[in-house]
Design a binder for this molecule. Sequence first.
Ligand SMILES: *Cc1c(COP(=O)(O)O)cnc(C)c1O
Length: 404
Amino acid sequence: MSLDLARVQTRLVHAGSPELKDGSGPVNVPVVRTSTVRFADTAAHAALNQQRAAGGRVATYGRHGLDTHQALEETVASLEGGYRTVLAPSGLSAIVLVLLATLAPGEHALVADSVYSPVRRVDQALLQRYGIEVEYFSATKDDLEPLIRPNTRLLYLESPSSLLYEVLDLPALAAVARRHGVLVAADNTWSGGLYYQPLALGAHISIQAATKYLAGHSDVMMGVVTVDSAELAKKIGVTYDALGLSVGADDAYLTLRGLRTLDVRLARHQENALAVAQYLSRHDDVARVFYPALEQDPGHALWQRDFSGASGLVSFAFQHPDAAAAARFIDALRYFSIGASWGGYESLALEAAPARLAEHSHWQDGTNKQSVVRLHIGLESPLDLIDDLERAFTATRDALRRSA
Ligand SMILES: *Cc1c(COP(=O)(O)O)cnc(C)c1O
């Protein structure tokens, strides 16, 4: 059977499996830790260096990553439908790698204003210092074509967006960018790569914080960058080497271990999150739920067209305009921990900072300015999660009434 043609669940289980040696072998790829790679003789050393220089996936030094890294790269590339995947020490470093590999001083990038907020920090702390100009635009309202300049090299976006899960029309945006020779990179962390295929929809590069759903157990920091061509792999590879990036074999192993069960975990995250989103959408204390799998969500039709599932992230805005509502609500929760990151098996709650929401044009012209809570719905029983949320709504109402 050719693995390339197998369905995604099968590829998640079988991609990157180690070859049998002398008739047997382990199910899992070994954790190959090393700094130095040894060579049989100088000719072998020279030949492998040459293969690497020509763009081959060959390790001549520990930083390049050996069998464990390669098995993870192959599995992610297979999941994303890409030519090659590279591993970065975090999701954010994967984003930085893409920005530095595709942009040079004097060049211009268009970035959707709803992206993961730390991208703006990278812009301020790094890109501006190196003379790279980033322009933020509304990917749902602005016409992209007139924003493209002769020096525009990159269109960077994330769909659905962070915090408010605004769904973008990637095929339409990518078609415009491609007409002008602009590269398209998409942050695909939300879908885990399982429910969304940016490369098939027109992006050249798909990025994920593997820290989230790929690893899936809140115990690894990892980023992955998947590209659609040998030419881009080379471009990314050169910058990767120049930045001296490297990830540990143990972290690569844990991420690969997480990937094997991505399908079953995400199916349950989705089922639980949909139950919670429906509960929230019927609640008197909730003004609005942000979850594209809900029929009333403005992104629902696009989500239905381009996605095959939804993840465990659900945000909602309070009906009550009191700014303290979110904090009181979160403090009353029992099963939801307070924490950034997400994608593990556990439920989390975090107030979406008003400064973060203000960056999104999607939010700026919304009529309500109430506080927003972002939930990550874990693998607990949805009955317990909904009981917990109901208790917190009651506690919030009581607290607000007392302080009024
Ligand atoms: C968390 C996250 C990142 C950054 O990943 P880290 O591994 O935490 O650095 C990037 N993009 C999105 C959408 C994220 O949610």
